[in-house]
Write a protein that binds this ligand. Sequence first.
Ligand code: ADP
Length: 431
Amino acid sequence: MMLAREWVAVADQRTGLGWLATQLWGERVLIASAVFVGFMMWLAGLHLGWVSFAVLLLVIAGLMRLERRAAGAATARTMAVPAAPVVEPAPAADDLTAISAVLGALDAPALLVSARETVKLQNRAAEGIFGAIPQGSDLAGRIRAPGILDMVRDAIGSGQPRETEHAERLPSETVYVVRIAPLAGPTTEPLWLLTFRDVSQARRIDRMRSDFIANASHELRTPLASLRGFIETLQGPAKNDVKAHERFLGIMHEQATRMSRLVDDLLSLSRLELRSNLVPDQTVDLVPLLGHVRDSLQPLAGDLGVEIALDLPSHPVSVPGDRDELVEVFENLIENACKYGQEGKRVDVTLTGGTEGVPAEFSVTDYGPGIPPEHVPRITERFYRVNVEASRSKKGTGLGLAIVKHILTRHKARLVVKSEVGKGTVFTVKF
Ligand code: ADP
């Protein structure tokens, strides 16, 4: 059965009578009260006239209106109290959204931390390091480095920004400068921004630079010390020893030549670094060029008792490149093969490809002692030598392969080293 309230609602929607029905339903308490008061008076023997009854009705209506208005105000007041927490956090949520958008645009890992050391937000870069951290998790549960946690605590306690350095060993050595700073913003809750700046690359370059200076000065200091020693001997004890003069001057000449070789190689490296971004604009045919390199190395190979066997194609093999630089590459590689693979007595030089769709490939093979596998990845580093004394005795500076690598990088070519201890080494240049 339809209830009166439902009927009124339906009538309200469907007919013009609905308005009247709604009004009557709204005043139902007033009508019921008037009927009740009239009935009680009739029971008490007070027979009111229609006018008196209407006045009574108006008085009751007035009283009820007053009461309803007061109740309305009271309800509004009660509603205002819970409204505060519902309305207030909205801007805070908006702030978090805005902060999240800013953090998302940063490529450095960043976390938003509360004063209770819980994680409020993290950006994608931070997710990459720490995994997804659920909002509200303890920072200490995810970041275990005591140095960072102490710094966070100190910063939150003091209200001041703090910075520390943190190194990760895995998956590769990475050094971060970790910084925490209070977020001076519109959020009602105090929040802290924790950022991680990767400084590994800068540190590596710093280390390389200082290693390079240390190595270069060490390499120069050794022949210099030797020169000074011989000069003092010639000035002092061997002053009148003509035979010693001759011998010492020969050694001094050797040391001075070593120094100038080293300076030449250093200058060559620095020139290459300056030009590293310039792509060579000449085209060089490698066939005659390799013939020329072999000829220039023939005297050295002869002295060492090594035969250089050249296997060149009958067609030209042209590559885009700088002629002088390519000569330097091939000279270095073939000279090394003759020097370090001397006991194999033979060095094979081959050139293949260079036709339509087949890239040019140069290789030099020696049958010497080979290079132990742990050294192979490092031999193109500046001053890296498998055996320093062996290199020095062969007039090496430790810079030859570093120069080769630089030149090949500029020529967009690759150097591949394959070596087997006791069998020999193959250096391949893939253009
Ligand atoms: P260096 O001036 O000492 O020859 P390089 O940079 O040319 O410097 O070579 C670096 C080191 O690599 C050499 O000292 C040597 O130990 C090793 N090496 C280079 N080529 C060969 C090779 N063909 N066989 C064995 N070892 C080699």
